[in-house]
Design a protein around this ligand. Structure first.
Ligand code: ATP
Length: 221
């Protein structure tokens, strides 16, 4: 395995819609570390996670996976999974197919993909919806399918955007337990959240400030 933190960004700037959202950000995430990414609405958590996942190219700076720049080895993206805030499921596929498709794309043979998908859906208590089209599921159920899909991939780094936001108290605890458990197997976990209880269960909090506030802080250093 390449040396260095599991995931890092150096002097990273991100733009969305032609506007700079995140500027000159340097962070490191160790293997197995559980990090809560917090900050006010609009501070750029989603934009940052999408960039760290390699789905949005940085406006400046770099993302490194195991010390290797992602732009030099784009195949390293295969070790990164993102749970999207709006789930990112294929609505005309069933819950099981959504998880299986991701596993197949990651190179798992069909039978193994079916087994791993069934296991993950069971753990997230959506097994009874395995054969339902995603569009038939509630928001909370869809979110658990999206979490199941990311967990089934056993990624090196799992990035999740407010993964408990749609859950009731029971399912919030379940989702959080399942996410935190994967870190014990070495996966780095970065959870964007507004929930102080989620943050409390992580090893560390990274606070993202709105751009104007972060510029003021840099000037006063
Ligand atoms: N595609 C886009 N086009 C234009 N502006 C965008 C786009 N994506 C994000 N933004 C803007 O970037 C800023 C940061 O958005 P982002 O969703 O990353 O924040 P966030 O911290 O995740 O917010 P929340 O906590 O509400 O989910 C916001 O001002 C938003 O309007």
């Amino acid at each position: 395995m390449a040396p260095g933190p599991a995931l890092a960004c150096r002097a990273l700037s991100c733009q969305a819609g032609g506007r700079t959202i995140v500027e000159d950000l340097t962070l490191e995430f160790e293997p197995g570390e559980r990090v809560a990414l917090m900050g006010p609405s609009g501070s750029g958590k989603t934009t940052l996670l999408t960039t760290l996942a390699g789905l949005l190219p940085p406006a400046a700076g770099r993302v490194l996976v195991g010390g290797v720049p992602l732009d030099e080895q784009p195949e390293l993206r295969a070790g990164l999974a993102l749970v999207f805030q709006s789930y990112g499921l294929l609505s005309l596929l069933t819950a099981a197919e959504n998880v299986e498709v991701a596993l197949r794309a990651a190179g798992r043979p069909p039978r193994e993909a079916m087994r791993l998908a069934a296991e993950a859906l069971d753990r997230l208590r959506v097994a009874r919806f395995a054969d339902h089209l995603v569009e038939e599921l509630s928001g909370g159920q869809q979110q658990r399918v999206a979490v199941a899909r990311a967990l089934a991939l056993r990624p090196r780094v799992l990035l999740a955007d407010e993964p408990t936001a749609e859950q009731d108290a029971t399912h919030r605890a379940l989702v959080l337990d399942e996410l935190l458990a994967i870190a014990a197997r070495g996966t780095t976990l970065v959870l964007a959240t507004h929930d102080p209880e989620v943050a409390e269960r992580c090893d560390r909090v990274v606070e993202l400030r709105a751009l104007a506030a972060s510029r003021r802080a840099r000037r006063s250093r």
